[in-house]
Ligand binder design. Structure first.
Ligand code: PLP
Length: 282
């Protein structure tokens, strides 16, 4: 397994980060995850645009332009012979003596990339449908930034794992914000696709945007508004989206069945459309 660290492709076992890295000390960094299908990156330009925006929001210089990022990702995928899975990218504010304020001007950011082999298309969970639990959203107020400070999600997703379910849907003021590592959707009894509008309360999901576009292109009505856990429980269908799950049907929320406890027809259709798009565009 070959990984990328600060300009070099090295064997995983040889890759190290200094203990004074601000990613390690302060979670002072940004990450991105793109899917790989058929050896090709899925919707990667949008992921790189979000990476650039997140870095800008916290004042870390983006070390590469989109073309260079893409070249490095493609080389990493090729070196690992990765046909299907994920590319993980992280940029931190670099290595400096521990001090909360930014390090001296010119401190180079730390850049790390690795791949993970994973079945993303023929995922058996998508056939069965996923169960989720709901948990309070304990995160900070800038969730639009894809920060590596993920403690609230670690705790939420551990609760989900302990409950034997696939994801935790987080809520705040009675409204679902998003999944621990995914965007939450419901389909109303009259067939409208509903997801929360973008704001600082949630991450602007790249898969969310693609699925909304596909839904609209195929004549479905998409409604951007927040919904409650109660509304989700009474919905016709529910699902979540992410670069690694694509479109994942939800069949149970907090132990109560949604949509008869089976992946719903509209969710299946959206997953199919997304897979087609991912396979075609690469
Ligand atoms: N929301 C959160 C909190 C996430 O961590 C993620 C992905 O990891 C998503 C949503 C889904 O985003 P994307 O579709 O870009 O993977």
């Amino acid at each position: 397994r070959i990984v990328y660290v600060n300009g070099r492709f090295v064997p995983f076992e040889e890759a190290t980060i200094p203990i004074m890295d601000r990613g390690f000390l302060f979670a002072d960094g940004i990450y991105e995850v793109s899917a790989v299908l058929g050896g090709r990156l899925v919707d990667n330009a949008a992921h790189l645009a979000r990476l650039d925006r997140s870095l800008g929001e916290i004042g870390i210089r983006n070390p590469y332009d989109a073309a260079e990022w893409t070249r490095l990702e493609e080389e990493l995928v090729a070196r690992n012979g990765l046909a299907e899975g994920l590319v993980y990218m992280e940029v931190t504010r670099g290595v400096a003596e521990r001090d909360f304020a930014f390090p001296p001007e010119g401190t180079p950011p730390t850049v790390v990339m690795f791949t993970q082999a994973k079945t993303v298309a023929a995922n058996p969970l998508a056939e069965r449908g996923a169960k989720v639990i709901t948990v309070e959203d304990l995160r900070w107020k800038r969730r639009d930034i894809k920060s590596v400070a993920l403690l609230a999600q670690v705790l939420a997703k551990q609760q989900a794992a302990a409950a034997g379910v696939a994801e935790a849907w987080m809520h705040e003021d009675g409204l679902v914000t998003e999944g621990g590592s995914s965007t939450a959707f419901i389909i109303t009894q009259d067939g409208r696709v509903v997801t929360r509008p973008l704001s600082t309360a949630l991450l602007p999901g790249i898969t969310r945007r693609a699925v909304m576009r596909l839904a609209e292109e195929h004549g479905l009505t998409v409604e951007e508004r927040a919904f409650t856990v109660e509304e989700a429980l009474g919905a016709a269908e529910a699902f979540f989206t992410s670069a690694s799950a694509f479109v994942m049907p939800v069949i149970e929320i907090d132990g109560s069945r949604v949509g008869g406890g089976q992946p719903g027809p509209m969710t299946r259709r959206l997953r199919g459309l997304y897979l087609e798009m991912a396979a075609a565009a690469g």
